[in-house]
Design a protein around this ligand. Structure first.
Ligand SMILES: [Mn+2]
Length: 267
């Protein structure tokens, strides 16, 4: 009698080839629809466009089960990089394209964006985390607006500059979605807590307690961004796909299809 086979759990190669795509590997986790999950874009519209093109090309030549492929944006579209407004605009247009179904998740940076529209006392903290580039991307002249009335002036200018459609889009972002054996969230989950009872703060911000857990959410593979790594963190029970695009120039996505995983990155 043959010995029991070990589960197929091979890690993906750590870096995609010149085509930006790694070989597909077989895993035990399953998903019905094809899902492409994109990591933290952080204002790099150039890379966002490039990766969307790569994904659209891949989706066109791939057979899909269970309907159109899903594109999950894992949050933190904005801040740090130069084109935050453009990234939100691009995500909104993607939602209108008929080749995919889009699921847009909220990141802690989108939370800060929303908070600042309501409460300018969060301004200093947001600026420390790269919010200044978002103001600039909406055409707000920071020096001029802050000169007279400080944070009140900056907030007022930002409120005038952000289109209602952008506010509505950010407001519509979900905290998590699930497809098949995969759970998608910006930062992670608190181990031991059912998804319905997770706090938004954990879903948007958690780091160490989540990253340190070998099985952070029994029964689901958690796909997340938020914590930048030199290379995608591809594990049995957790897939971290934030490769610090704004600084590294590498924006990453994972394609989940049936029992397969494939890494797609901007070269
Ligand atoms: Mn984040």
């Amino acid at each position: 009698m043959k010995s029991h086979r070990t589960p197929l759990n091979r890690p993906l190669p750590r870096r995609a080839g010149p085509s930006g795509q790694s070989p597909t590997v077989q895993v035990r986790s399953h998903v019905e629809q094809t899902v492409y999950a994109i990591g933290d874009v952080h204002g790099r519209q150039d890379l966002f466009e490039k990766l969307i093109d790569q994904i659209r090309t891949d989706a066109a030549k791939t057979e899909h089960v269970g309907g159109r492929p899903v594109v999950v944006l894992l949050g933190d579209l904005i801040d740090r990089g130069p084109q935050s407004a453009g990234c939100i605009e691009r995500a909104m247009r993607l939602a209108e394209e008929d080749w995919c179904q889009i699921e847009s998740l909220k990141g802690n940076h989108e939370e800060a964006f929303e908070l600042f529209l309501e409460d300018n006392t969060v301004g200093p903290n947001w600026m420390q985390h790269g919010g200044g580039t978002t103001l600039t991307s909406y055409g707000v002249d920071i020096n001029k607006e802050a000169g007279g009335r400080g944070w009140t002036g900056l907030q007022a200018a930002f409120q005038r500059a952000v289109p209602e459609a952008h506010r509505a889009y950010v407001k519509s972002m979900k905290l998590w979605v699930e497809f098949g054996d995969y759970l998608f969230v910006h930062a992670g989950v608190r181990p031991g807590v059912p998804i319905e009872r997770q706090s938004p703060t954990d879903l948007l911000w958690i780091r160490q307690e989540f990253l340190a857990a070998e099985v952070p959410y029994p029964g689901k593979v958690v796909v997340h961004g938020h914590t930048p790594m030199r290379q995608p963190d591809l594990r049995r029970w957790r897939i971290g796909i934030d490769t610090g695009a704004y600084a590294s120039g590498i924006l990453s996505a994972i394609r989940l299809r049936g029992f397969e995983r494939t890494l797609i990155q901007t070269a």
